[in-house]
Design a protein around this ligand. Sequence first.
Ligand code: NAP
Length: 277
Amino acid sequence: MIDSKTKLLGLIGHPVEHSLSPIMHNEALRHRNLNYVYLAFDVHPNNLKYVVNGAKALETFSGFNVTVPHKVEIIKYLDEIDREAQLIGAVNTVKIKDNKAIGYNTDGLGVRMSLEEEIGKVKGKNILIIGAGGAARAVSFELAKDNTITIINRTVENAKTLAKDISNKLNKNIGYGGLNIDIEDYNILIHTTPVGMYPNINAKPIIDVDKINKDMIVMDLIYNPMETVLLKESRKRGAKTINGLGMLVYQGAIAFEIWTGIKPDVKVMKRKIENII
Ligand code: NAP
């Protein structure tokens, strides 16, 4: 029941109407009996500058998620940014506490937790990241801590920029290249581009699927459809496949705990989303 003690959580982005986060978080909040509501707010880029002070002024606001196109721009309005978000240079979660807005990035850890749920500890692996956009950035920074990472991308220059940035900040050697590199040497492939996402679900994968074999793990960050052409073709070749639903749920679960101090039930979150996609 909503009453005068109900606290507010939310998502800011532009657009936000297709987001599954309100459904996922409200289900998890209800399940833990927490007196919060989570709403989606469509914030035009011109209005982003008002959001943080506005949220601070409304005492009921506990925090919010940040999505495209505000993940980088929001940083200049925050009071503090945790180390992970600083490294990545983007924020997807803001906590409001004691009139301070603190930025976090839970995307990279979300991918690690999803991977580890499926295959156990991810350490010392040879990982290929396909794509060099915002999602690739968060994932690469997280997994580069204890794995060998190579980033490939349609625009090689973007892969190079990301690889150099990680190399400099983590003092690690990060490989990069174009989409035509030999993929056979990698244990784990993580596809981070929108190719194959709804509504273009029949788009041809951007890597040569005939090079995928049964010893590989292929993850696609897309969750709509649950099984992209890339995952289907990888499964046919015997590879273990993982879709983007786990990332969505775990990045949300970490944010939930940052705001409320309580771990949500990820199974409840996952089931709710599976039922609506
Ligand atoms: P982004 O910053 O716009 O990056 C897009 C990347 O995809 C770039 O590397 C771009 O290459 C590449 N790309 C785009 N169209 C391509 C094409 N036709 N052929 C080859 N490469 C192409 O996007 P993002 O924020 O990283 O998000 C990417 C995807 O990740 C989303 O579409 C979504 O499916 C997924 N995602 C999932 C979750 C989750 O919770 N599961 C969360 C975030 C994102 P160039 O550099 O050459 O342009």
